[in-house]
Design a protein around this ligand. Sequence first.
Ligand code: PLP
Length: 223
Amino acid sequence: MEISEAYNQIKNEISEDVTLICVSKTRQIHEIKEAYAAGARDFGENKVQELMEKHDSLEEDIKWHFIGHLQRNKVKHIVGKVYLIHSLDSIRLLQEIEKQYGAQDKIASVLIQVNIGKENAKTGIAAHDIDSLIQACEECNNIKVKGLMATIPIGNAEECRIYFNQMKSMFDNLKTFKYKNVTMEFLSLGMSGDFEIALKAGSNMIRLGEKIFGERDYNKLEG
Ligand SMILES: *Cc1c(COP(=O)(O)O)cnc(C)c1O
């Protein structure tokens, strides 16, 4: 299927208040341009270097989402280039974001990434550590938390549903509190294989790569 056709098909399927992020990691510029021409403005990348290159060679009205693990020593490179960082998962990273955005007098918009499946190999903060992270956010001047993000363990539909529902409850619960720097606007859940389940559970931000661009080929970029 053509990229534009795939994009339009998903757009027609989802409600208007759901943000569709086209995950463009490993994709070439011409592929991103094709999605852009179809109307896509939100794109997701998981590597700082790749995001910087694409940011600098594409249109200025693109909203770049950083969806990968963010190393502290790379934060300085993305200041002013990213619409939303989906992967805040520690107080140390928070402090680095505060420092680098503060130095350039800019505000970082971030989502807290939750390791909802308690997977060892996965990044994301443990659910029981969210409160202390939020307290630390309240001390900041250059950070706004806009919601939550998770990637869930591979599993069947029922298992996915359980994790997505847990995220939605956490999101709804945090929404009931009044914070200075924290609001619950975005719940970033769902990828190509499970976004329909995520939407049913209440996600309002889905991150689709293969569903839009076709199968990913990690060797392509080097060639
Ligand atoms: C790659 C990636 C996606 C998109 O995955 P697809 O299966 O291609 O839709 C979504 N979220 C994150 C965090 C990713 O790294």
